[in-house]
Design a protein around this ligand. Structure first.
Ligand SMILES: [Zn+2]
Length: 284
C-alpha cells in the first residue's frame, strides 16, 4: 500500500490498516516492518528517519497496540539484505553484504549467517562514510559522503553536468528528456547509455568507479564473500558491473594475493525488504 503522507501517525495508520485487511484472509502470527531510518538494537523504536517524521518513535508499540500481534521493526536496508541472503542473490553466502544503490546508498551486513546490526542497531550506514573530505554536501549534514558520488542521485547529477559541458555529444541523452541538462532523469541515463550515448556512458563510468572504490574499502574492513547490488541503479546491470568490479580489484589492498568478493545484482527487486522483514519477524 502506498503512503502519500509523511507524518508518523498516518504512516502508522496505513501499516495497521494493511495488517487488519490481510488478517481477514490470512492467519498472522507476527508482523515485520522494514523502516527507512535508524532502528534501535531492540528492533522496536525508530530513533531517526531522515525522510519521514519519525524521531524517537516507538513504532513497535504503536503498531502492536493497533493490530494485537507481535511486531518486529528492522532497518529497511537490513531487511533487504536479509531477504537477498535467505531467498535472493545472496543465498548460501554466509558473508554477504547487500548495497542498495538508489537515491542514496543503504547497506545490510550478513556475517557468518547472521545480520550484523552493531551495538545500538545503527551499523551498515556505508552511504555516509567520507570519501572526499570537504566534498559535496550530503543530506546527513556532512560533506563528501560516498552516496554523493556513487548513488542514483550522483548518476543523474554527473549526467546533467557532463551534458551541459559536452552538449553536442549528448544528443541522444538530451533527446530523451526536454532537451535541457536539467531535464535529464535517471531512466534517461540508462536508456541513452544502452544506445551508446558517450555522455551517459561516461556518467555510468563515473558512478561505477566510485562504487567499486567504496566496495574495495568495505572489503578491506569486512572481507565479505559477496556484494549484492540492489536498488534502482542496479537495474542497469551490465552498464554498472564491469567497471565496478574493475575498480574494486584495482584498488583493494593486497590485490593479487587475496580472494576478492564476487559482485552480483540483486534478484528480489523492491520486494527484498518486504520479504526480509517478514522472515525476520519469525526470529523474535
Ligand atoms: Zn552523508
Amino acid at each position: 500500500m502506498a503512503t502519500t503522507e509523511r507524518d508518523a501517525e498516518s504512516v502508522e495508520r496505513t501499516v495497521a490498516d494493511l495488517v487488519l485487511q490481510l488478517r481477514a484472509d490470512y492467519e498472522i502470527e507476527a508482523v515485520g516492518i522494514g523502516a527507512a531510518g535508524f532502528v534501535d538494537e531492540k528492533r522496536s523504536r525508530v530513533n531517526f528517519a531522515p525522510n519521514l517524521g519519525w524521531r524517537d518513535e516507538p513504532l513497535r508499540m504503536a503498531i502492536e497496540a493497533a493490530v494485537e500481534v507481535p511486531v518486529v521493526v528492522e532497518n529497511d536496508a537490513n531487511a533487504a539484505a536479509w531477504g537477498e541472503y535467505r531467498f535472493g542473490a545472496g543465498q548460501g553466502r554466509d558473508f554477504a553484504i547487500t548495497v542498495t544503490v538508489g537515491t542514496g546508498i543503504g547497506a545490510g551486513i550478513i556475517l557468518g549467517g547472521s545480520l550484523y546490526r552493531g551495538r545500538w542497531g545503527a551499523a551498515g550506514e556505508f552511504g555516509h562514510f567520507t570519501v572526499d573530505p570537504g566534498g559535496r554536501p550530503c543530506g546527513c549534514g556532512n560533506r563528501g559522503c560516498w552516496e554523493q558520488y556513487a548513488s542514483g542521485n550522483a548518476l543523474v547529477r554527473e549526467a546533467r553536468y557532463l551534458a551541459s559541458e559536452r552538449r553536442t555529444e549528448a544528443e541522444t541523452l538530451l533527446g530523451l528528456g526536454d532537451g535541457t541538462p536539467e531535464g535529464v532523469q535517471g531512466r534517461h541515463v540508462t536508456q541513452a547509455a544502452r544506445e551508446g550515448d558517450p555522455v551517459a556512458l561516461a556518467a555510468f563510468d563515473f558512478v561505477s568507479r566510485w562504487l567499486g572504490q567504496g566496495l574495495s574499502d568495505v572489503t578491506s574492513i569486512l572481507d565479505p564473500a559477496c556484494f549484492v547490488i540492489g536498488g534502482g541503479v542496479s537495474e542497469a546491470g551490465d552498464l554498472l558491473l564491469p567497471s565496478t568490479v574493475r575498480a574494486l580489484s584495482e584498488s583493494v589492498s593486497g590485490r593479487g594475493h587475496r580472494t576478492l568478493p564476487s559482485v552480483v545484482i540483486a534478484t528480489l527487486g523492491n520486494a527484498a525488504g518486504l520479504i526480509g522483514a517478514a522472515d525476520l519477524a519469525r526470529y523474535r
